[in-house]
Design a protein around this ligand. Structure first.
Ligand SMILES: [Zn+2]
Ligand SMILES: [Zn+2]
Length: 370
């Protein structure tokens, strides 16, 4: 995983990347069965070792805590350490974990309890949750728009960068695909659908272009690819994207991406839905940071074998606040309070909520069944 010394400057400068989606986790992880840590170990990921630290708390010294500090530093919860982190559970770590727990709606214990460890191991976007020590996934009620009921937890990058208001048509190019086995035509369809989720809610339009001069460039890379944000193999960080008007969107070529068909039925337990991750990353490309609203596309984590492609009210409020709304946008379905069956936005493709509900069920099943 990226070392802290190389990652942060980039984050501060470019503000951003991101990925994935997520959905499921908070509610289900809070009530994890006691054996959850051993269950998750069956899907190896770059952060699997965190489960060995379950129960660890302030004052303890345990091998592996330095990696937790690297993780929290990477996502903005701890400042970098020029000399490297140690394995002591100190006050700074306790405080960082508390902020992390607040952001993800977990019990604020300041300790590596089972729910926190499980959340930390979830596949996620590589973009930091806390940038410049300020953005905190809206958990403080930072949403400036109050025309919608409920909490607005969307965030922007520091300074709220966006594409120029006069530029309504943005182009994107798929520039680097040699490391993925997904064919070009399929990629074009997946990314077009992902961009359409955002154009439906705003006055922005997106067109695929053939060259690198496009406003947005989409590329599949493996490991270190030159921007200080090395990818880490299956699961872990899935992708990242930079804030406006950088335009770079990178995906980890090592993921078991699913571009067609029902991801919840994928053969690999580590399968990740490409379109779901793309919708999230495009949010970053347009200027949205991470949201603490679990139903939001801009929530930082996503569970494998899960599809989550519909903008939630929180996403719509955030993006319309930045670019204005599409008069033809019919809005998102009323938020489901007892379940997460958010329907799709207007014009969205048809598999919407049944797919999401199914995915959540499968994800929940994964927790219990694996
Ligand atoms: Zn993200
Ligand atoms: Zn990158």
């Amino acid at each position: 995983m990226a070392s802290t010394t190389t990652t942060s400057p980039l984050l501060l400068l470019l503000a951003a990347m991101a990925v994935a989606t997520l959905v499921v986790a908070p509610a289900s992880s809070v009530d994890l069965p006691s054996g959850f840590s051993s269950i998750t170990s069956k899907i190896p990921n770059p952060w699997s070792a965190f489960q060995d630290l379950t129960g660890c708390h302030f004052g303890e010294q345990q091998q592996g805590l330095a990696k937790v500090k690297d993780y929290l530093s990477h996502f903005g919860y701890l400042p970098e350490s020029s000399s490297g982190f140690n394995d002591l559970f100190d006050a700074d770590l306790e405080e960082a974990i508390k902020v992390y727990q607040r952001n993800f709606g977990l019990d604020v214990t300041g300790a590596m309890d089972a729910s926190t460890v499980a959340q930390m191991m979830a596949p996620r976007c590589g973009v930091a949750d806390v940038i410049n020590g300020t953005s905190t996934m809206g958990s403080g009620g930072s949403g400036s728009s109050s025309h919608l009921h409920g909490r607005n937890l969307f965030t922007y990058f520091p300074g709220s960068p966006s594409w120029p208001r006069s530029k309504k048509r943005l182009t994107y190019a798929i520039t680097q695909t040699s490391l993925t086995s997904i064919d070009r035509a399929t990629l074009s369809q997946v990314f077009a659908r992902a961009f359409a989720r955002w154009s439906a809610a705003t006055t922005l339009n997106f067109t695929e272009a053939a060259d690198d001069d496009a406003d947005i460039t989409i590329a599949f890379y493996a490991g270190d690819h030159g921007d200080g944000e090395a990818f880490d193999g299956p699961l872990g960080t899935l992708a990242h994207a930079f804030s406006p008007t950088d335009g770079r969107f990178h995906l980890d070529a090592a993921e078991a991406w699913v571009a067609t068909g029902d991801v919840s039925r994928a053969s690999s337990d580590a399968a990740v839905d490409l379109e779901s991750v793309a919708v999230h990353e495009i949010g970053h490309l347009l200027g949205l940071g991470h949201s603490g609203e679990p139903s939001a596309i801009m929530y930082p984590t996503i569970t494998s074998r899960t599809r989550k492609v519909d903008l939630a009210e929180d996403d719509v409020a955030g993006i319309q606040n930045l670019y204005g709304g599409n008069p033809n946008f019919k809005g998102v379905a009323p938020p489901a309070t007892s379940s997460r069956d958010m329907d799709s936005a207007a014009g969205a493709s048809s598999r919407p909520w049944t797919a999401l509900v199914g995915a959540v069920a499968v994800a929940a099943g994964l927790v219990v069944a694996l």
